[in-house]
Ligand binder design. Sequence first.
Ligand code: KG4
Length: 338
Amino acid sequence: MSKILAIESSCDETAVAITDGGKLLANVVATQISVHEKYGGVMPEIASRLHCENIAVCLKEALEQSGLRYEDLDAVAVTRGPGLIGCLHIGMQAAKSIAMLYNKPLIPVHHLAGHIYANEYVGELKFPLLCVVVSGGNTELVIMRDHLDFEIIGETKDDAVGECYDKVARVLGLPYPGGVPIDQHAKNGKHTYDLPKPLHGQGYDFSYSGLKTAVINLVNTLKMKGEEIRIDDMARSFQDVAIGMILEKTVKAALDFNVKQIVLAGGVSANSYLREQMHKRFDNSGIELIIPPIWCTTDNAAMIAKVAEHLYEEGFSAPLTIGVDPNWKIDHFREFDS
Ligand code: KG4
């Protein structure tokens, strides 16, 4: 049983969590969304500066919530990548400082492993397992045959699905981040616009850049012709294709790899259509489906602590010379330069 303090700062949330024997004692998240909203996306330099401002406050708040002191901890965990390099550095420096001052092991954690292990707050992971990792920066299908054993079987060749939602929302004049407003508009719309389905029927890989460009071109053409852009219908047409690709490839992978369980992970797993369709396809299929609660679909440190618990049990830690890696691959998460 371990007491872990975990830090997450890979994008626009500064987060600190503390667990004790798997129980979540503190879960502090300072989101920067309202600051980045006006730019229509995350401004990396501003995000790094805000992490600097927020990290000490989040640490203090988490310790207060947990009733623990740094001295009581068994390990300090931190997201090492992937993410925005400047942002990752802030979390890493904070984690290293605590680890050095209090002589605690430092556990580097892969951000997407965190999103996957967030599901352990819902239920036990059962292998072989298919992880559908859909976020603002990543779109991947990952097979796990055991704990901490990740094989990427498919990934996006260009944009991530969440990034595509955000860009499409911007061209439709909807707020950032675009996932929730598109999801809401799609509920009132009909699939009337014809959009391409990149890599449809071709293995487990994804492509979202062509779909994004198709929506942008369509919107510009309609504007030039002075024709009405039906936002609800456009959102529905786009969502059917964007989520349809995930569903198609998930079903194929689940059957091909004969998995026992499917878990959703990442910000886009909050999507209501994806959740509904996953239930439709997998309830009563003999394959168990775990969908994370909304609170752990967005970035948080509770999920980082979950991965760290497993790594701590293995005795896995890193030297204090370790650096961050904005492009760290999940199937190489035990490898780091120092
Ligand atoms: O996991 P996350 O915080 O990003 C990374 O860590 O990379 O997810 C953020 C992404 C954004 O692109 C946002 O638009 C999308 O998740 N998102 C959604 C929904 N809620 C958030 N996308 C589709 N439908 C939603 N309901």
